[in-house]
Write a protein that binds this ligand. Structure first.
Ligand SMILES: O=P(O)(O)OC[C@H]1O[C@@H](O)[C@H](O)[C@@H](O)[C@@H]1O
Length: 374
């Protein structure tokens, strides 16, 4: 019997895309299909189900190369997935030139040479050409991995996804899935829209939400909290450009404050990317502090430090988002995308972002088990 696949198009072949490709190759070669995964199976789709069929970038080191080669090109780093037993995937996919828009920031261009787009032609032609590329490759799900702060480019790609008839998974911190107008358009087209901004598998945001909820649940008044993040990949380098960060800060901060049932003053919450430390490579470190008052007003303090491989920690989430998007299309039932977004992303639609992660997970697994028992 043929293994069912989810045909994905990758917008931005950076470290997160690398981790997703290598992780998929890993799960295609091992027999233990439970380690490192939240859902070994999503409907009929196993952990090796993602099939890259199209990819776009603007880096001269990547455009024109086959996807497997491009995943390790340019500024991409070793993301910590053992290479020995990996069978290459995406070798027959050539990385296409993406339109430039606002994807490449100042910091990005200090490190990356952007392809010359003198052949690009008028914007309307570019759009049509891209829609044709997506249709020709029979993409089911488009995965947005543009650099932080790419508002215009993300909106462009979301519009293209709608016209080409694919699901859209917005992994980056600009608001699309959170916005009613976009959700309505995707809902009307019967396509899943999932996002915004990856909540890593065991990442800073997930843990911080669990911690502040523990304060709420156990009756401890949270008075002040911070989350400082450092890392050494291109994402952290791009984030040195402060004016690309406003939606990122909003996304990260609301993910945590929405999980706390009490009131927190703005000046008592500090959450965001904090610095670039080159030698950390793809390792990310998060420092989380919560201060509060317990029984009888007695003080409680908590300091936590987390060290994780940044890109695989995001790929472990995207592998689920993409498979669930495809299952929702198979079933013609895209209403689940809000719960997927709440469980897997930092900035889901407001209506669900104040629900606990456990509620979101339960809603999602109930929906998924309905799908698998059909
Ligand atoms: O660990 P978190 O809070 O879930 O964040 C995951 C990732 O989210 C992205 O928005 C950031 O740009 C990354 O730096 C970060 O690692």
């Amino acid at each position: 019997m043929e293994t069912p696949l989810v045909r994905v198009g990758i917008i931005g072949v950076g470290n997160c895309a690398r981790a997703l490709l290598e992780g998929t190759a890993h799960y295609r070669s091992v027999t233990d299909l439970s380690a490192g995964l939240m859902f070994p199976k999503v409907g009929p789709y196993g952990a090796g189900a993602l099939e890259p069929v199209a990819a776009w970038d603007v880096d001269v080191e990547k455009v024109g190369k086959d996807l497997w080669t491009a995943r390790a090109a340019g500024q991409n780093l070793d993301v910590g997935i053992p290479q020995a037993d990996l069978l290459p995937i995406g070798q027959d996919v050539r990385v296409l030139r993406a339109p430039r828009l606002d994807g490449a920031g100042v910091k990005y261009q200090e490190r990356v040479t952007v392809v010359d787009d003198h052949e690009a032609g008028p914007a309307a032609d570019e759009r049509l050409k891209t829609i044709e590329q997506i249709k020709a490759a029979k993409v089911d799900v488009l995965l947005n991995y543009l650099p932080v702060g790419s508002q215009e480019a993300t909106e462009w790609w979301a519009g293209v996804a709608l016209e080409a008839g694919t699901a859209f998974v917005n992994n980056i911190p600009v608001f699309i899935a959170r916005r009613d107008e976009w959700r309505e358009k995707f809902r009307a087209a019967g396509l899943p829209l999932i996002g915004d901004d990856i909540k890593s598998q065991l990442g800073a945001t997930y843990l911080h939400r669990v911690l502040v909820r523990a304060f709420s649940d156990r009756g401890i008044g949270l008075e002040r909290t911070y989350q400082l993040n450092v890392g050494g990949n291109m994402d952290f380098y791009n984030m040195l450009e402060q004016d690309r960060l406003s939606s990122k800060r909003e996304s990260k901060t609301s993910a945590v404050t929405d999980a706390y049932s009490g009131k927190l003053n703005d000046e008592d919450v500090h959450i965001g990317p904090s610095d670039y430390v080159q030698f950390l490579g793809d390792t990310k470190k998060a420092f989380i502090r919560c201060e509060g008052k317990g029984f009888g007003g007695a003080p409680i303090e908590m300091d936590m430090q987390l060290t994780v491989p940044d890109s695989p920690n995001s790929a472990g989430v995207v592998i689920d988002a993409a498979r669930i998007a495809k299952l929702a299309m198979d079933r013609g039932d895209t209403a689940v995308d809000e719960w997927v977004s709440a469980w897997l992303f930092k900035a889901p639609p407001r209506a669900v972002s104040q629900e606990s992660d456990q509620v979101a997970r339960e809603r999602l697994t109930t929906w998924m088990s309905g799908a698998t028992t059909r």
